[in-house]
Design a protein around this ligand. Structure first.
Ligand code: FES
Length: 350
């Protein structure tokens, strides 16, 4: 198979090591590091959108995850891409991600759509979660196109807690909007489906200004949608109310972050080997680290996908990314592709 035809579901069988389907499997791997998973199924979900089911080749239960988590997939070409998990966290024997074919993309989505992946092993890292649900009295979800993927399990989790929610889901056309049936079946809240060719653009100002006090806002969608929402939330909601997941770089660099001066030369020490390298002003920390650790995963090199994250053991990082939260920075995490150092040396757990 070279491409996926309309209405096609391609599958391959995987024998479970013990038990099948959902469950709490005690045999789950403890870590969420890098491993090989089998593409068990590829299915058309909407115009231009396929879902992939990934399973352990021997049928073992997979590491648990929470709504908002994503996987890093290493595609056969070597490209690394991030995809939000959109299945049921209680299903422990496969992960599900969904991918929109974007002709203007950097190649990852085209490769997934145009390659016969069923039955192939892909290197996978994660799940990792940079889009966690916080505890709130009310939830407002805004999804743009394929940005609905992390929202699907989030909505189910919020509904299971009995918390009120409103989801505003925009897309180009109704036929291009994935998971409408699943979202409709969740219940317990308000679902507004707004295909652009029927309803135009959602009025973000009206939507946000009518949110009850104590609302947490979650948005995943195109950069322009997130940028517009940031301005609206700043006007109407307390700081910290908005949580976003980006799949492209911000519309404009964040002042003082991505557009910051390159800075001075500093040293990076890789603690696991003791190797010390110089990072000159004209090279990124990631590119220097890759000389010694070529297997370290990365993708966007623009500070928004989180794939190149590493742990700082010593020194003062100069964070310039748009993905880590303040808590994650306090925990010692750092994004290598755009981050630099405020101290003469950084020691990384690599
Ligand atoms: S590679 Fe995407 S954040 Fe660094």
């Amino acid at each position: 198979m070279t491409s996926l035809d309309t209405s096609t579901t391609a599958t391959v069988d995987v024998a479970p090591a013990s038990g099948t389907g959902t469950g709490t499997g005690t045999e789950a791997p403890a870590d969420t590091g890098t491993r090989e998973l089998l593409v068990r199924q590829v299915r058309l979900e909407a115009d231009g959108v396929v879902s992939l089911q990934l399973a352990d080749p021997s049928g073992k239960a997979l590491a648990p995850w929470e709504p908002g988590a994503h996987l890093d997939l290493v595609l056969p070409s070597g490209l690394v891409r991030q995809y939000s998990l959109c299945g049921d966290p209680a299903e422990r024997h496969h992960y599900t991600v969904a991918v929109l074919k974007e002709p203007a993309s950097r190649g990852g989505s085209r490769e997934i759509h145009d390659t016969g992946l069923v039955g192939r092993l892909l290197t996978v890292r994660g799940p990792r979660n940079q889009f966690r649900l916080t505890d709130a009295e009310h939830y407002l979800f805004l999804a743009g196109g394929i940005g609905v993927t992390p929202i699907v399990p989030m909505l189910a989790a919020v509904a299971a807690l009995g918390r009120p929610y409103r989801l505003v889901y925009g897309g180009r056309t109704r036929a291009s909007m994935a998971f409408l049936d699943r979202l409709g079946a969740i219940g317990g809240g308000t679902l507004e489906v707004l295909p652009e060719d029927e309803a135009g653009w959602p009025d973000l100002d009206a939507i946000v200004s009518s949110a009850p006090a104590g609302t947490a806002v979650y948005c995943c969608g195109p950069a322009g949608m997130i940028a517009a929402l940031e301005g609206v939330c700043e006007r109407h909601l307390p700081p910290g109310s908005l949580h976003v997941e980006r799949f492209t770089a911000p519309v404009a660099p964040v002042a003082g972050e991505l557009d910051a001066e390159p800075g001075a030369t500093f040293e990076v020490e890789l603690a696991r080997t003791g190797v010390v390298l110089q990072v000159p002003p004209d090279r990124s920390l990631l590119r220097v680290v890759l000389e010694a650790v070529p297997s370290h995963l990365y993708s966007c090199e623009e500070g928004y996908c989180g794939t190149c994250e590493a742990r700082v053991l010593d020194g003062e990082p100069d964070h310039r990314d748009t993905v880590l939260t303040d808590e994650e920075k306090d925990e010692g995490k750092m994004i290598l592709c755009v981050g630099r150092a405020c101290s003469p040396r950084l020691v990384l757990d690599l």
